[in-house]
Design a protein around this ligand. Structure first.
Ligand SMILES: NC(=O)C1=CN([C@@H]2O[C@H](COP(=O)(O)OP(=O)(O)OC[C@H]3O[C@@H](n4cnc5c(N)ncnc54)[C@H](OP(=O)(O)O)[C@@H]3O)[C@@H](O)[C@H]2O)C=CC1
Ligand SMILES: Cc1cn([C@H]2C[C@H](O)[C@@H](COP(=O)(O)OP(=O)(O)O[C@H]3O[C@@H](C)C(=O)[C@@H](O)[C@H]3O)O2)c(=O)[nH]c1=O
Ligand SMILES: [Mg+2]
Length: 296
């Protein structure tokens, strides 16, 4: 049975991975206390102690705006730590599964981004994630880098939960309409990761290592996403201060933040579906499930 080590197991994706990977092997689910990605010695101590055959790394510095001023810490966690894990994986014949983001792109492309499109991160977070990807590719071929977007789940913090909180506090809300992407359930990311690990365990040297885009299908703006969520909450007959109709569309320039976000976050996932024969459900399905979990 393969031993699988999960980092950051209390984050959105890490939490779902604990459950999704349980049938695949002995799962070692670590938190920051047991393996601190800001400290290379702590990373190596945990890897040497547990000797995993598969390292799954959803831990990351994900505070996009805060990263603009906490550059060194964001770089240590998102850029350097993946390189340390990749080097260990290479030396110990292990597989490294890592997650990255739509924010490695500048968002100026017309269509959906493919895996080989030129990265051009506009924020510290985006740059740190891109450097992490590059460090992995340099150290070991035995990797999967799964780029996703707009992660959502019942466990942890995300845009959906922010909007529901604001819907209880406010009677109007402005949300940007000119950034487009796909909200992607953490549970979907974890389920697909389990499928990929199952393929890896087949007796074959034909495993499709490399970089893949992995999001729910369909696309939306943050504005339409917010309205969809508040409409679902209204259907739960929960008293809200905010009506879906009171959400107003605004442009990015009217919502200044420290870190720039890409206008186009759409990721083309056909490489993943073709190589592994996987179907990606529509974002609305996953978002509806998260809302129903939250109101249960
Ligand atoms: N969230 C999103 O919208 C998106 C995320 N991604 C990528 O997907 C992956 C998973 O993201 P998600 O689950 O949403 O992220 P979360 O922010 O929900 O979780 C990140 C986890 O990393 C842990 N962590 C942070 N710093 C350290 C550290 N120094 N040492 C160990 N653990 C640490 C956090 O621990 P603690 O709880 O202690 O803070 C947390 O449990 C990441 O690689 C992210 O970049 C990609 C696209 C979109
Ligand atoms: C809460 C809120 C946000 N917004 C805007 C701000 C921003 O442009 C957009 C998204 O807001 P957030 O700050 O929640 O999202 P952000 O933290 O930028 O989300 C990103 O996180 C990282 C980790 C990723 O990798 C990305 O894929 C993406 O999910 O919505 C509004 O317009 N009105 C609002 O009331
Ligand atoms: Mg955020």
């Amino acid at each position: 049975m393969s031993r699988i080590l999960i980092t950051g197991s209390n984050g959105q994706v890490g939490f779902e991975l604990k459950h999704a990977l349980a049938p695949l092997g002995e799962v070692i689910a670590l938190t920051r206390q047991e393996m601190d990605l800001a400290d290379p010695a702590s990373i190596l101590a945990a890897l040497n102690r547990y000797q995993p055959a598969i390292i799954v790394n959803p831990a990351a510095y994900t505070a996009v705006d805060k990263a603009e001023t906490e550059v060194e810490l964001a770089m240590a966690i998102n850029a350097k730590a993946p390189g340390v894990m990749a080097e260990w994986a290479e030396q110990h014949d292990a597989l490294l599964i890592h997650y990255s983001t739509d924010y490695v792109f500048d968002g100026n492309k017309d269509g959906a981004y493919c895996e080989d499109d030129t990265a051009n991160p506009q924020s510290v977070y985006g740059r740190s994630k891109w450097e992490g990807e590059q460090a992995i590719r340099t150290c070991t071929a035995h990797h999967l880098i799964l780029r996703t977007s707009w992660v959502v789940g019942a466990h942890g913090g995300n845009f959906l939960k922010t909007i529901l909180r604001l819907a209880h506090e406010r009677d109007s809300l402005n949300v940007v309409v000119d950034q487009i992407g796909a909200p992607t359930p953490a549970a979907l990311i974890a389920d697909i990761t389990a499928q990929l690990i199952s393929c890896y365990r087949l007796p074959t040297d034909q495993f499709n290592y490399g970089t893949y885009h992995l999001t729910a299908s369909g696309e939306t703006s943050w504005y339409d996403y917010a309205r969809f969520v508040v409409r679902l909450a209204e259907q739960q007959r929960c008293p809200l201060r905010l009506a879906a109709s009171a959400i107003r569309p605004i442009s990015t320039s009217d919502y200044p933040l420290p870190a720039p976000r890409p206008a186009n976050s759409r990721l083309d996932c056909s490489k993943l579906s073709h190589h592994f024969g996987l179907a990606l459900p529509h974002w609305q399905q996953g978002v509806a499930h998260v809302v129903s979990q939250l109101y249960k």
